[in-house]
Design a protein around this ligand. Sequence first.
Ligand code: UT7
Length: 323
Amino acid sequence: MSELSSRIAGIGAHLPARILSNDELSAMVDTSDCWVRERTGIRQRHIAAEDETTADLAEIAARRALDDAGLSADDIDVIVMATTTPDFTFPATATQIQARLGMTRGFAFDVQAVCTGFIYALSVADNFLARGQARHALVIGAETMSRIVDWTDRTTCVLFGDGAGAVVLSAEEKADPPNGILATYLRSDGRYKDLLHVDGGPSSTQSTGHLRMTGNQVFRHAVTNIAESMTTLCERAGYQISEIDWFVPHQANQRILEGVARKLSIPSQNVISTVADHGNTSAASVPLALHRAVEDGRIKRGDLVLMEALGGGFTWGAALVRF
Ligand code: UT7
């Protein structure tokens, strides 16, 4: 059998209409627009309406990605959805998207790797396609982080936002030089749970819990681990960091993006940043950033794109894609 690779055939995104500014947040907790901008680069974030769920955001992003790929739900063999904020403890939100799209064949499931979720989901779907187990996959990152944030905790509530992004992956014969997903690199280290976690869950507290983070320690790990994952991935795939056209990072903090770019000598004009407008949307942040740069014409077919993320767990990882 010939070798297969996964091409990004379509991309879609969706953000809730409601925008929450730093000034509005300053009326809720002891913070200021100046502090949030200087320490994070965030100016605003989108917040889901009371009756708007993760599945609602994901469905719109998924439909847009399908349209962009020129495919219908009938063409999709698998949905892999990355979310930390599912509509229900079970079933997986991916199965709800499957039903909403009218997809009655194939299979759908969620992956839980918090902010690294989209990178994990992309890697999992890529493996199904490479093995010939699926021809077309829908990969979604969608979150309503506003539901698990403690709105009285200024150290975390200013950071997060809601949104969804999705890509359609299509299997095609491996070209020479190769296209599509060239390599992925996944890591986790469970010893760091206490630095970034949610203090509840079905089995422990029978409640959803709230996000807790020791931000400055996560920050240090983020810069080191992300830079390491990017260099390791490029080395394994046989590329130089200097060959990368676009760096599409997880959008947690503008200072992290810049720290990683500086460490790896990536020019700032090659870094896609949406953190100012979206805040940290966890698993949705990478596809939302990718979508923006594709839509505004910066990322073009044939460009070499490096995506990365780090999140609770810790989990971290990267994906190298010839777009
Ligand atoms: O997506 C998963 C990965 N997440 C991340 O990568 C996030 C990583 N961490 C960060 O982005 C940054 O650490 C934060 C933005 C969370 C915090 O920035 P920092 O420069 O590391 O600040 P800090 O936590 O060291 O806190 C400095 C000061 C503290 O006051 P004292 O103790 O010096 O008096 C905080 O209480 O800033 C205070 N502070 C605030 N002040 C105004 C913390 N949050 C706020 C706030 N407004 N919202």
